[in-house]
Design a protein around this ligand. Sequence first.
Ligand SMILES: Nc1ncnc2c1ncn2[C@@H]1O[C@H](COP(=O)(O)OP(=O)(O)O)[C@@H](O)[C@H]1O
Ligand SMILES: [Mg+2]
Length: 468
Amino acid sequence: MITPSEQPRPEQDGATSAAAALLEARFCSKSYAAEDKRPTGTQPTLVLDSIQLQIHEGEFVALLGPSGSGKSTLLRILAGLLTPSSGQVLFKGVPQHGPNPHVAIVFQSFALFPWLTVLQNVELGLEAQPLTPTQRLKRALSAIDMIGLDGFEDAYPKELSGGMRQRVGFARALVVEPELLFMDEPFSALDVLTAANLRKELLGLWREQSMPTRAILLVTHNIDEAVSMADRILVMGANPGHIRVELPGLPLAQRTIQSQEHTKLVDLIYRIMTSPQEDIARLLPTHTPEAKTGPLTPAAPHPYQVLPHVSIGDVTGLIELVHARGGREDLYQIGRHLQLELDDLLPLVEATDILDLADTEEGDLVLTEEGRRFAEAGVLEEKQIFRQQALAHVSILRKIVQALQATPRHLLPEEHFLQLLETHFGEEEAQAQLETAINWGRYAELFTFQEDRGMFQLEEEGAPAPQA
Ligand SMILES: Nc1ncnc2c1ncn2[C@@H]1O[C@H](COP(=O)(O)OP(=O)(O)O)[C@@H](O)[C@H]1O
Ligand SMILES: [Mg+2]
C-alpha cells in the first residue's frame, strides 16, 4: 500500500506546503536551437515542457525517467547552470538568475581533475568562497574525513577505484556545505556492490544530519534506487520531457528491498514507465490519493515521431520471446529474462509499439496480429511483414522511399534527409535518427545506402508503393 512518507527530518512537519519551497520550478520549458549552418526552416527542439515542481526543506526527492527525458537538463536548470527558455526557478521564493551558489552537484562521470590530488580536487569546490588557505584546508580535510577518504588526501584520481573517485565527487560537493545537494545518476557508473555501499553511507549522513544540506535531489533511471532512497518520486516522460506523475515515497521502515511495499511500488513505477502512452490514472491503484498526476505538466502531443535507437535484430528477439510465452508477457519478467535494464528495454518496447508489432497493456507486452504473424514467419516473410509495418508506421522511412521514387535515378544524398530531420531535431540527434532509419530501412530492404558516397538508392526491384 502506498502511504505518505514518514518525515525523516524534524523540519518537515507536514505544513511545508504553506511555506515557500526551498526550490521551485514554475512552468519551466527548454528548447534547444538547431545550432547548425542551415538556418532555413530549422525549428528548436522542445526537450522540457512546462515543468512545475517544488523541493521542500528536509526532503529527499528523486527525479526518475528514461534516458533522454530531460532529467539532466532539468537538473541544470534548477541549479541555474542553464537558463530555461520560458518559466522561472525560485530559491526560497526569489527568482534566480545564473548559477545558484547554494546548490552543489555530484555527476555520474565524477568530473575530477586528473592532475590534482584528492585534497586539491576537494579544495576546488571552495574556490568561489572567501576563505584563507588554512580555513580551506580545514574544511576540505573535514569533508574528506566525513566521506571516508581519510588517508587518500595525496592520491591522484587514477590511483583510485571508481567508488573512491565518486567519494571525491561527493566530498567536493559537500565541502561547500550546500543547502541543496543535486546528484545526476551518481551511482550508475559504479559496480553494484560499490553503489549499494555508497548509497547506504550517503543515506546515513543525510539521516543523521551529519551534513548541513537541507534537501537532496537525485536524478536516476533506476527505479529501485529511487524507491529505496526518496521521500517523493517524480516520474518523467519523454518527447518532450514532462512530469507524468508524482508519487509519495515509502515510509522509512518499508524502504528496504525485502519489504512487500517496496516491491509493489517498484512494480507500479515499472508499469508506469513501460506504458509511456497510457493514462496514468488507469495505472494507479485506486487508493493512491497522494499521487498527483496529469495536470502537473500536461505533455504536448508528440510533434514528430522519434525513433528509438535499437537494432531490428533485438526487436525480433523480443517479439519471439513474447510469442514463445503465449503472445503476452509481463515486462518486468521480460527484463529479467533478457537481463536488460529498464533503460535498455524501453527503447525496444517503443520500437515494437511504433511498428505496431506489440502494445503495452497493464505492464504486459502483448503482440498484435502482425506481431504474431511476424513471430511465426520464416525469414523471407518476416522481412516482408517488417517492410509493410515500417512503411505504414515509420514516417521517415516512408518519406525516404517516396522521395527516392520521385527522383529519376532513384538516388538521393543523405544531406537531403538530414535537412528534413533537422527541422525537428538538433544536428546530432538528426544524424542518429537517420542512422537508425538506415538500419531499419536496410533490414526491410526498402533501399540501399552507400556509406562512402552517402547516397540512398531504391532497391533494385523497387519497393512497394507506400500508402498515402
Ligand atoms: N546542448 C544540447 N543541445 C541540443 N540538445 C540537447 C542538448 N542537451 C541535451 N539535449 C537533448 O535534450 C534531451 C534531453 O537530454 P537530457 O537532459 O540529457 O536527458 P536525460 O538526462 O534524461 O537522459 C535529449 O534528447 C538530448 O539529446
Ligand atoms: Mg542525464
